[in-house]
Design a protein around this ligand. Structure first.
Ligand code: TYM
Length: 329
């Protein structure tokens, strides 16, 4: 049985990128493996949420996890900030993480560009905290989207470095996982780039149908193909990619065929895409509302999850302290 760890930052509602890149696989993996799925609320602090938003965001993402079908009886569902062993391992790993390699991380460089007024040390060491999240359970599989590939590479490097430094074979080198397929990247509706929380280009699991229709109808396209078999522009390819994940194969084939024959009507395609998104998210949206209203249930889930996660994390930390050379007097 594999040990699986993955998490999602609590920086806002989950979108279809999170769903297809991560959550759907969490649900599929929970039956076969030993799974730890958490809400990365420490990681959310790199963008400075206000105290009044922090708890609400965590509650929203927790409700969304459960509404998507993650079963807390099968998987350990917990909050990162409920496991103090994680920041302790993070501190220890930081001693062997080099500023140069952290500065070269793509996500760090992007944040420097996007929020030059807030380049905090937490952003720099973000991949170290992520490595601690994963290796504290000695995981070997990490279901994530394509955008996390480099972070996973760094996790493996930190695990390997620890093993080499202390001449042990303690931490496995965890692999990003998508059932043997390439990692997923769900595009946004603005014609370019991936779907994101803050890009304003996403469909959220909690969006009302009218909102989904409005967003999809506004999605960027082009003036249409001019000759049969013409290569698709990026915005149009993105719509097809979205259709590929949310619609039936016949629907996709129908619009591919019309595209190839230059008879496609993007308006018709968007209408269908919006309806298929609504079909997927509708039941989830309803469950989010129910679960979010049940504070007693949510409390029970996080308390049980924290206890199970701490059990595994504290066993690792005991070993790590011994390997490093801390000894009781
Ligand atoms: P985050 O919160 O940005 O995203 C959570 C998960 O959703 C995936 N994802 C996508 N997949 C495909 N297409 C997209 N457009 C898309 N947008 C997001 C991400 O790949 C991710 O799997 N650093 C992580 C959180 C984290 C973590 C961890 C993950 C902290 N510690 C340990 C795994 C293991 C992050 O910011 O993901």
């Amino acid at each position: 049985m594999d040990i699986v760890v993955s998490g999602i930052r609590s920086t806002g509602n989950l979108h279809l990128g999170n769903y297809f890149g991560a959550i759907r696989n969490f649900v599929r993996m929970q039956h076969e493996h030993h799974c730890y799925f958490f809400i990365a609320d420490y990681h959310s602090l790199t963008t400075h949420p206000t105290p009044s938003d922090l708890h609400g965001n965590v509650k929203q993402v927790l409700s969304e996890y459960l509404a998507c079908g993650i079963d807390p009886e099968k998987a350990t569902v917990f909050l990162q900030s409920d496991v103090p062993e994680v920041p302790e391992l993070y501190l220890l790993l930081n001693m062997n993480a080099y500023v140069g390699e952290l500065e070269r991380t793509a996500s760090f460089k992007e944040k420097v560009r996007k929020q030059p007024e807030n380049v905090n040390a937490g952003l720099l060491t973000y991949p170290v905290l992520m490595a601690a999240d994963i290796i504290i359970h000695r995981a070997n599989k990490v279901p994530v989207g394509k955008d996390q590939e480099q972070h996973l590479e760094m996790t493996r490097r930190f695990a390997r470095r620890f093993n080499n430094l202390y001449k042990v074979d303690y931490f496995p080198e965890p692999e990003p996982y998508n059932f043997g397929e390439a990692l997923i990247r769900i595009p946004g509706l603005d014609g370019t780039g991936k779907m994101g929380k803050s890009e304003g280009n996403g469909i959220f699991l909690s969006d009302e149908p009218s909102e989904i229709r409005k967003k999809v109808m506004r999605a960027v396209t082009d003036s249409g193909p001019e000759h049969p078999g013409q290569e698709k522009s990026e915005p149009v390819q993105n719509l097809f990619t979205l259709m590929q994940v949310v619609s039936e194969k016949e629907t996709l084939d129908y619009f591919e065929d019309h595209y190839n024959r230059c008879t496609i009507r993007y308006g018709e395609m968007k209408k269908q895409l919006a309806e298929d998104m609504i079909r997927l998210t509708g039941p989830i949206r309803e469950r989010i509302k129910e679960i979010k209203a049940d504070d007693a249930y949510l409390r029970k889930v996080v308390m049980a999850g924290a206890a199970r996660a701490r059990e595994s994390a504290s066993a690792t930390l005991r070993d790590v302290r011994e390997i490093i050379g801390f000894k009781p007097f």
